[in-house]
Design a protein around this ligand. Structure first.
Ligand SMILES: [Zn+2]
Length: 664
């Protein structure tokens, strides 16, 4: 008996896994009603899907999590169906080479993949989706399997006064007195996890790429001054990537939308990248935390991931490795060769650390870490390009994308194009770099040494420091004198040994006016001598929120008699979107005796307010941490902490769950 059940399960799973052999879903049109949005509201929607039957089958299904269905009709006739909570299964004797249309109404109340932000508090209201990882089928009947690509055309009924952004072109907007109807049109198919929707209050600016593609950049109405630093280089990177990749951008337009409390840095939904609003930054923040790399990475995915999509996780590097590599190329176009090489150097250090911890995996292992998929993937492409040359590499990429456009790909599809374009046999390359779990650190470092003088110098210094521990001070000093680039100097100060360096070098460094070198000192030099005090104090005036935060704390700690002065100097600084400087300032102001005693209650209330869901989780996390440190997370803070344990961002909820234990 057991055996029969086992075999039965096996055959059902086999059939489920193979649906793409029997049916090809072509085109979905769905009207989604959001005219009245409430948190956790059930959404009632209409749906039509057209599909081709490839082989005879008795049923087809759509993935649909926890939905209800009505008026299910196949080719306008009621049809037998089953809703098992995960799938809508349609029973019919489908003949090979036939075409069908399925219509129904569905009710969804998504618990994940679609997020309603702020509709239950005083902060701004947003709705956004995240399909990868958690699946679109939580809010829209679709296909969880990436291998069936569908043209999705959504029509959204939204409250008045909101912007709606979805895949493809917005072809019409009909207004009624109570709601607006936004109709979107895609021209090409995509995997279901790339379907996206954002509803929120936004302004937008549109630029046009060299090729004429509209680049729509969205921002919150209050952030008009942050628009330029946030989206800096967007058009340049778009034009660069289109030229570098050699294949025209594959979609009708390209939109970028920031959202609150996002799960990742960014997500490359087809023609609409959604990104964390912590990347919406001002002029000063640009220096330390800008959107450039994420911007380029998600854009590169429009080709690598969206136009050609992995068949399975085994080939995940074809998406993440490529996006990481092409983002680096776009950054090299902006920031120069040295920047590119240092980033590769940092990736190599991260991969080496992973290797030394015994956690290296093969690039083709679907269970690999992000470090492997992203950074080893980028390194593999860098090394491969050096091996076959620019011309063959670019030709191979072009042929690979054109041949598999709007389809799915595996690693051999790419490698075989490189072999064709270069005439080389890449068997041993594949074995060493893709199949082997060891990380070839020496090869990477040798490649960098031959292309970057700066990195060669840095490596020489590392060797000297290792063998001449008695003269660290003079080694660093002489390197400091020799180093021409500020990046090399900056890195000298980030070394552990720096604490042994004589103050005179710090003094010299603080007088360079190089913001990054000065920042390295703020970050590493936590004990400040009287001799260095005046120079160190000037860090509080730097145009860097990282520097100000570190310098304020270090000065406050080292010179108790001057605390009032330091606090007065940094009073109005907010810092990044996560309010790093303001939250530190409030904490120090609270615990500094005699400082503005009449405002202490106000400071405490402000700091506690930052723990509430009105703010993004980045702000809340900082506020919880500081309040906890000064043992001042009281009633309102604890209520907010309890609420944070249920937050949809798992990193934040995990943090809150750990912290809440201390109050139980
Ligand atoms: Zn990515």
């Amino acid at each position: 008996m057991n055996r029969i059940i086992f075999i039965l399960c096996l055959s059902v799973n086999f059939l489920i896994a193979q649906q793409t052999e029997f049916v090809d879903f072509k085109h979905v049109e769905s009207v989604l009603l959001f005219n009245q949005i409430k948190v956790d509201s059930t959404v009632f929607n209409s749906y039509q899907v057209k599909f081709d039957i490839l082989k005879h089958t008795d049923s087809v299904y759509l993935d649909a999590q926890n939905m209800k269905f009505m008026n299910v009709a196949l080719n306008k006739t009621p049809v037998k169906f089953k809703n098992d909570g995960n799938k809508l299964i349609i029973y019919h004797s489908f003949k090979a080479n036939s075409t069908h249309t399925l219509n129904f109404l569905f009710f969804a109340s998504p618990k994940k993949a679609m997020y309603f932000i702020g509709w239950d508090n005083e902060s701004q209201n947003q709705l956004w989706t995240q399909g990868q990882g958690k699946y679109t089928s939580n809010w829209l009947p679709s296909i969880d399997d990436m291998n069936d690509k569908i043209e999705f055309d959504l029509t959204i009924v939204a409250p008045k006064g909101y912007q709606v952004v979805s895949n493809g072109s917005m072809v019409s907007k009909r207004e009624t007195p109570t709601y607006d109807l936004w109709q979107f049109d895609m021209q090409n198919p995509m995997a279901s996890y790339l379907v996206a929707l954002v509803i929120g209050k936004y302004e937008k600016k549109v630029e046009h790429a060299k090729c004429g593609i509209p680049l729509e950049m969205y921002y919150y109405p209050e952030d008009s001054l942050k628009f330029e630093p946030t989206y800096r280089y967007s058009k340049q990177m778009f034009d660069f990537l289109e030229e570098e990749i050699g294949v025209p951008y594959p979609w009708q337009n390209y939109k970028q939308v920031p959202v609150k409390d996002f799960l990742y840095a960014g997500m490359e939904n087809t023609s609409v990248t959604i990104f964390a609003d912590s990347f919406v930054i001002d002029e000063i923040a640009f220096i330390d935390k800008n959107y450039v790399n994420v911007n380029a990475h998600e854009l590169a995915h429009q080709w690598f991931g969206d136009l050609v999509t992995e068949t399975s996780g085994t080939h995940h590097w074809l998406q993440e490795g490529f996006a990481t590599y092409y983002a680096l190329l776009a950054e090299r176009d902006i920031f120069g060769d040295n920047y590119y090489h240092w980033r590769l150097y940092d990736y190599a250090q991260e991969l080496l650390a992973q290797d030394q911890a015994g956690q290296s995996t093969a690039l083709l292992n679907p269970k690999s870490s992000s470090t492997t998929f992203y950074k080893k993937g980028a390194w593999v492409l860098h090394i491969l390009r050096e091996k076959v040359g620019d011309k063959a590499f670019k030709l191979a990429v072009k042929n690979y994308l054109e041949k598999h456009a709007f389809k799915n790909v595996e690693t051999t599809d790419f490698i075989s194009e490189v072999e064709k374009a270069s005439g080389l046999d890449l068997k041993s390359f594949v074995a060493d770099w893709l199949e082997s779990k060891s990380f070839l650190y020496e090869d990477c470092i040798n490649a960098l040494k031959s292309s970057s003088d700066e990195i060669s110098k840095m490596l020489q210094l590392d060797e000297q420091l290792m063998f001449s521990s008695h003269s660290i001070n003079s080694s660093i000093n002489s390197y400091w004198e020799q180093a021409e680039s500020s990046e090399l100097k900056r890195r000298l100060f980030l070394k552990d040994e720096t604490r042994l360096v004589h103050d005179s070098i710090f003094k010299k460094a603080l007088n360079t006016n190089d913001i990054k070198i000065r920042q390295a000192i703020a970050l590493t030099k936590s004990e400040i001598s009287e001799a260095l005090k005046t120079d160190y104090e000037s860090l509080l005036e730097d145009d860097s929120y990282v520097t100000i935060e570190a310098a304020l704390y270090n000065l406050w700690k080292n010179f108790p008699q001057e605390r009032q002065k330091y606090l007065n100097k940094t009073k109005g600084v907010q810092g990044f979107k996560d309010k790093n400087v303001r939250i530190l300032w409030l904490t120090l102001a609270l615990i500094t005796e005699d400082y503005n005693a009449e405002f202490k209650t106000q400071y405490f209330e402000e700091l506690t307010y930052y723990t509430s869901p009105v703010f993004g989780f980045e702000v809340r996390l900082n506020a919880f941490q500081y309040l906890n440190q000064i043992k001042a997370c009281h009633d309102a803070c604890q209520v907010n902490l309890e609420q944070a344990t249920k937050h949809h961002n798992w990193r934040f909820s995990k943090f809150a769950k750990e912290l809440v234990k201390q109050y139980q």
